[in-house]
Design a protein around this ligand. Structure first.
Ligand SMILES: Cc1cc2nc3c(=O)[nH]c(=O)nc-3n(C[C@H](O)[C@H](O)[C@H](O)COP(=O)(O)OP(=O)(O)OC[C@H]3O[C@@H](n4cnc5c(N)ncnc54)[C@H](O)[C@@H]3O)c2cc1C
Length: 378
């Protein structure tokens, strides 16, 4: 059996790659080891409407859950401020449905999708799955963070996310809670999917995520658990090379999720779109530079922002609870208003700069982070 392209991983990045290549009428096979596209869902489902549009997805009614209205950010000592996020136009979507929607787009273009089929190894002429040997010209690795685990563990954090029913979850209201002792280098989050229903999670370096999340939930109040997931997240930015010979790496497997939040529907998804376009061109011309254009395009679009996010991450990894508490004290209503009006969900480092008090002379934080901040501003 032969396909022009075989894609391993039937999630957002792999399926978008498949959609783009099959739209140019090349033969594409997507293999997914799970038994259903979109399941198990390991995502909070937050994505900007602008991002979805750029991905070429108008969410079906089943996919779209609701719009996010605000984000409450809480410091270790319980102080908080709330950003009005209506201007940012961020939606909460169902990943189970979103991935199926893209699978449908790809299939309509002619791509073949097979679930419960796992990649085992590469061969001289293609790949071997758990079922058979299949030949191809291009092999796309869209296996997500699992592809990075054996390459570099230092960029990986453990996360836990539970889907729960709880009266304290309010429709449209996201929560982010910082505490460097409980969630070192990351945070806890509450993402509503409806009134009284949502996803609550935590991530952090060197912690027992299940115990930490249980503790967080105990403090929040009564709840019922519907589903639990434990998944690694990658926070170290893009890998060096997206293309090696006839192997193309896309999405989280290429480190295309945001280093600040590990969100990747848009940025990893765009990796799939750019890769698909570059592969299609290469299949037509056989020019290696056409294939390499994929990395160039992704880097032009996201490279600078990811560099800044990496620096923002370094700052977060270095500051302690006391500094975070002080930073919160320095946040004025004017800063909150400015962020509410101007923040961009996908390119958010300018808001981080405002929050870490560049406009206020907060000595402790500025001494700690000044060189990094200069780099972010530059
Ligand atoms: C707890 C959590 C919450 C998140 N919340 C958000 C959010 O709110 N917004 C956002 O934008 N992003 C969020 N993300 C990140 C987002 O889910 C990822 O960036 C996105 O799913 C990456 O897509 P992908 O296609 O690159 O990889 P993945 O979605 O990881 O998909 C990889 C696929 O490859 C398959 N696979 C792996 N190995 C094999 C094999 N050997 N053979 C066949 N198939 C294989 C897997 O089964 C999987 O389906 C979150 C992540 C986590 C863990």
């Amino acid at each position: 059996m032969y396909y022009d392209v075989i894609i391993v991983g039937g999630s957002i990045a792999g399926l978008l790659t498949a959609r783009e290549i099959s739209s140019k009428k090349f033969s594409v096979l997507v293999i997914e080891e799970d038994y259903e596209i979109g399941t198990p869902e390991h995502c909070g489902g937050l994505v900007s409407i602008a991002g979805l549009e750029e991905l070429g997805i108008i969410p079906f009614k089943k996919t779209f859950e609701h719009m996010i209205e605000s984000a409450k950010i809480t410091s270790p000592n319980g102080e908080s401020f709330t950003i009005n996020s209506k201007n940012q136009k961020v939606a909460e979507i169902s990943r189970r449905e979103l991935d199926k929607q893209v699978a449908f787009q790809a299939q309509k273009n002619g791509a073949v999708i097979k679930v419960r089929t796992s990649f085992q190894e590469m061969t001289e002429t293609g790949i071997r799955t758990n079922e058979e040997k299949i030949d191809c010209k291009i092999f796309v690795d869209a296996r997500g963070v699992s592809s990075l685990i054996h390459k570099d563990r230092t960029g990986i954090l453990s996360s836990a996310q539970y889907e729960i029913y709880a009266d304290w979850i309010k429709k449209g209201k996201v929560e982010v809670i910082f505490d460097q002792e409980k969630y070192p280098g990351f945070f806890a989050w509450v993402i509503p999917s409806a009134e009284g229903k949502g996803k609550v999670g935590i991530a952090g370096k060197g912690i027992n995520v299940s115990e930490t999340l249980n503790e967080f939930l105990k403090q929040k109040g009564e709840f019922s658990t519907i589903r639990k997931i434990f998944a690694p997240i990658w926070i170290k930015g893009p890998i060096k090379r997206f293309v090696e010979d006839n192997v193309v790496i896309v999405g989280d497997a290429a480190g295309q999720a945001k280093p600040t939040t590990a969100g990747g529907i848009f940025t990893s998804g765009m990796g799939g779109v750019y890769a698909g376009q570059a592969i299609s061109k290469f299949l037509k011309t056989n020019e290696k530079t056409d294939l390499l254009d994929y990395q160039k395009k992704w880097t032009e679009r996201f490279g600078k922002e990811f560099d800044k996010q990496m620096l923002a991450r370094k700052i977060l990894e270095r500051i302690d609870n006391e500094t975070i508490n002080k930073l919160f004290e320095s946040i004025t209503p004017e800063i909150v208003n400015e962020i509410s009006e101007k923040d961009d969900f996908d390119f958010h480092t300018s808001s981080i700069i405002k929050l870490v008090g560049i406009k206020n002379s907060l000595k402790t934080a500025q001494t700690l982070v000044s060189s990094e901040l200069k780099k972010i501003l530059g």
